[in-house]
Design a protein around this ligand. Structure first.
Ligand code: C5P
Length: 239
């Protein structure tokens, strides 16, 4: 059965092997998955995925946000899935053909999560990128458009902000996975925080999140293990 801690995805936003493995050892048994993003993957290569697996039974969330022509995305996904990550992220921005290509030929057990809209994109940036007013002025509508595309293409889930997850849950139904970053427990203070559109762990789960990505509130806490426990308690209160 899924326990409250299993909802937590801890991002290993670090570049050295020692730092990454040290957090894996500290948080093993206290979080559900470890997220390997571009920084660690580029710095250490795919061998880091094997190394993490040697230290923990927790799942690996491979956050490569694949974005290229459909054939390249498909091949990159297949190459990544050989390392047995539980999840791999793929961008929606190349359109449904790219998502469908990955979903249709997925020989491993890695699940495909579609990135809807990065939370760093706002109205101004979307306009400059050439989005019509219909979507530039209404980021939520764009998130829902991408979530629908991911569902129709056969993806297993989507990544979206906690502010949109309730609407996204309605769009994708009960069976698809929703992952939300931008999580801040009420007790946390992150120095010069760049996350603006934030929600608490309890609200994210209440609104339909299956997993929350939560990094600095745990990483920068005096006692990261204790911080992870507090997040799990907060999740338990919402279940
Ligand atoms: O909790 P914290 O802000 O430290 O988490 C940062 C992590 O969440 C990074 O790995 C980042 O890639 C990821 N993320 C994000 N915002 C998004 C999508 C992912 O911060 N919209």
């Amino acid at each position: 059965m899924k326990e409250p801690k299993d909802y937590i995805i801890f991002p290993l936003d670090l570049s050295t092997y020692d730092q990454a493995i040290s957090y894996v050892e500290t948080l093993d048994g206290h979080v559900g998955l470890f997220k390997v993003g571009l920084e660690l993957f580029i710095a250490q290569g795919p061998e880091i995925l094997k190394a993490i697996r040697n230290f923990t039974d927790a799942g690996i969330f491979l956050d490569l946000k694949l974005h290229d022509i459909p054939a390249t995305v498909k091949r990159a996904f297949m190459a990544a899935s050989l390392y047995l990550p539980q999840f791999v992220t793929v961008h929606c921005n190349e359109g449904d053909e790219s998502l469908r290509g990955v979903a249709e030929e997925n020989p491993g057990n890695s699940k495909i999560l579609a990135i809807t809209v990065l939370t760093s994109l706002n109205q101004e940036k979307l306009k400059r990128l050439g989005y019509s007013r219909e979507y530039a002025d209404n980021v939520s509508a764009l998130v829902l458009l991408k979530a629908r595309m991911a569902r129709e293409a056969g993806c297993h889930g989507v990544v979206c902000s906690g502010l949109e997850v309730a609407a996204v849950r309605k769009e994708i139904g009960p069976d698809m996975i929703a992952v939300t970053p931008g999580i801040r427990p009420a007790w946390t203070v992150v120095d010069q925080d760049d996350q603006k559109r934030i929600v608490t762990p309890a609200d994210a789960v209440r609104n339909g999140s299956d997993y929350i990505v939560i990094g600095r509130p745990i990483r920068d806490a005096k006692d990261p293990q204790d911080a992870a426990k507090r997040v799990a308690e907060e999740i338990a209160s919402a279940l």
